[in-house]
Ligand binder design. Structure first.
Ligand SMILES: CC(=O)SCCNC(=O)CCNC(=O)[C@H](O)C(C)(C)COP(=O)(O)OP(=O)(O)OC[C@H]1O[C@@H](n2cnc3c(N)ncnc32)[C@H](O)[C@@H]1OP(=O)(O)O
Length: 202
């Protein structure tokens, strides 16, 4: 397995691999001068990737940067990685490139898109739909029937009540309690969640 990114997030993905006894073989990072992790070397920048270095995972926490790297990779074959200490009811509904950290729970009839992060001890309940490039941060809770659009960050410890629809490229602040639908590109914070701004987008 090869990882793109050599940050703290990559360290946590290496821990997921270790829990499954999967060997990591190298890291790619656009900052080639940076050090590796745990003796694992940086073997090149993103554009150095070849089809011999598969499967791989883009191990970058920022949703937009992760998507950008995926779009630049032409010969990548992606794996998903579920920590041995995560509880995932239907692993086949976790799409390629997605990582699920220790203690996370993903309940039945929930689909998780490509290149997502379901972080440490996050809880995603039944019948949720999670778009591509989403990050559900540590200890966040999604009740049943929640949908989350592409690229959204659900911040650490946030709670989303049942059947809420959250748009794409939204930021839900840490600890926010979302009790109403959230439009695309919004930033919501607080309890109850209030919209503080709509982010610039193309
Ligand atoms: C392993 C890991 O580390 S995973 C990391 C996961 N990351 C997170 O959980 C971080 C989530 N990020 C946050 O909560 C941030 O505070 C953000 C993104 C919501 C801040 O957004 P910004 O656009 O920078 O807003 P800014 O900091 O200017 O704050 C805007 C207003 O919201 C308030 N605010 C910001 N964050 C929060 C929050 N989490 N809860 C309540 N209020 C908040 C600010 O006090 C400010 O209020 P004011 O206008 O009354 O003064």
């Amino acid at each position: 397995m090869y990882l793109f990114g050599a940050s703290g997030h990559a360290k946590v993905i290496l821990d997921i691999l270790k829990s499954n006894r999967i060997n990591a073989l190298g890291l790619f990072d656009d900052n080639k001068s940076g050090g590796g992790i745990n003796g694992l070397p940086i073997v090149g920048v993103t554009e150095d990737h070849t089809s011999e270095c598969n499967p791989c995972i883009v191990a970058i926490g920022d949703n937009g940067i992760r998507k950008n790297v995926v779009e630049r990779l032409r010969s990548a074959i992606y794996a998903s990685a579920l920590h041995a200490g995560a509880t995932v009811a239907e692993p086949n509904d976790i799409a390629e490139g997605t990582v699920v950290m220790a203690g996370a729970v993903i309940n039945p009839s929930t689909k998780v898109g490509r290149h997502c992060i379901v972080n440490t001890s996050a809880s995603v309940d039944h019948d949720c739909t999670i778009g591509d490039f989403v990050h559900i941060a540590p200890n966040a809770t999604l009740c049943g029937g929640v949908s989350v659009g592409e690229g959204t960050l659900v911040g650490s410890g946030a709670t989303i009540i049942p059947n809420i629809s959250i748009g794409k490229w939204v930021v839900v602040g840490a600890g926010t309690v979302v009790i109403a639908d959230v439009p695309d590109y919004a930033v919501v914070v607080g309890n109850p969640g209030r919209l503080v701004k709509i982010q610039q987008h193309e």
